[in-house]
Design a protein around this ligand. Structure first.
Ligand code: CTP
Ligand code: MG
Length: 233
């Protein structure tokens, strides 16, 4: 894996409100082991040898971002995000226009996933570049139930061939912009980049990633992320 050579920009959507975590500031600024979650995420990304630079999309009027222009010698740019996560990713991509060519690969990684592992990023890049499009993902392990509207199980769904989509996700710059713009025009709400790419006819490769690359979503996840990060130091 050490032989992969790549210099990829990474878009980091960080313009959400973190309503499910709650608190007095958006979750990406919540301290984990004394450091804002977003800084953990950016440091882990910037320390990866294949990452050339980061563009962070911030909510308009964000007062928590502390001017940060580089990390480990790599540029950290910012731009305003949008109402939905996909708007934020698209804004980040557009702001990179002077830094990447259409055929270059770019990564997208949630600010809310501070526990991403370097070896997962390496595997995603090594397998994703030849595949043309890829994402980290984890196969569904639990039995899946379909519920009625009162939360009673009415059926058991097959779990074979079902995966949970994680980030980072890896796509060619112009293909990803086109896919997101097309979904936007069609008013299709895409919850990850791969969904937009699937709509556009691509078949992104599912690269199995570590289950501990959690998306911090609830207050309990903050403590879990702290525990996971403490084990990774
Ligand atoms: N995000 C974004 N722009 C938005 C919405 C979300 O950049 N308009 C980012 C979040 O900051 C986060 C990632 O997308 O890093 C994943 O979204 P999610 O976990 O849903 O975060 P929030 O939308 O902030 O949380 P919630 O849904 O609980 O409000
Ligand atoms: Mg959200």
């Amino acid at each position: 894996m050490a032989s992969i050579e790549a210099a990829l920009w990474c878009v980091v959507p960080a313009a959400g409100r973190g309503t499910r975590v709650g608190g007095d500031k958006p979750k990406q600024y919540h301290p984990i082991a004394g450091k804002p979650m977003l800084l953990h995420t950016l440091e882990r990304l910037a320390s990866h040898p294949c990452i050339a630079g980061l563009i962070v999309t911030l909510a308009a009027g964000d007062t928590h971002w502390s001017a940060l222009h580089e990390l480990g010698g790599k540029p950290v740019l910012t731009t305003n995000g949008g109402d939905e996560r996909s708007d934020s990713v698209l804004a980040g991509l557009r702001a990179l226009r002077d830094h990447v060519r259409d055929s270059d690969f770019v990564l997208v990684h949630d600010a809310a996933r501070p526990c991403v592992r370097a070896d997962d990023i390496s595997r995603l890049i090594a397998q994703g570049i030849p595949a043309g499009a890829a994402l980290l993902a984890a196969p569904v392990r639990d039995t899946l139930k379909r519920a009625d509207d009162t939360n009673h199980a009415i059926a058991t769904e097959p779990r074979e061939a079902r995966w949970r989509a994680l980030t980072p996700q890896l796509f060619r710059y112009a293909e990803l912009i086109a896919a997101l713009e097309s979904a936007h025009l069609a008013r299709v709400a895409v919850t990850d980049e791969a969904m937009a790419m699937e709509r556009a006819g691509h078949k992104p490769l599912l690269v199995e990633g570590s289950e501990d690359n959690i998306k911090v979503t609830t207050p309990a996840d903050i403590a879990l992320a702290e525990f996971l990060l403490s084990r990774m130091q």
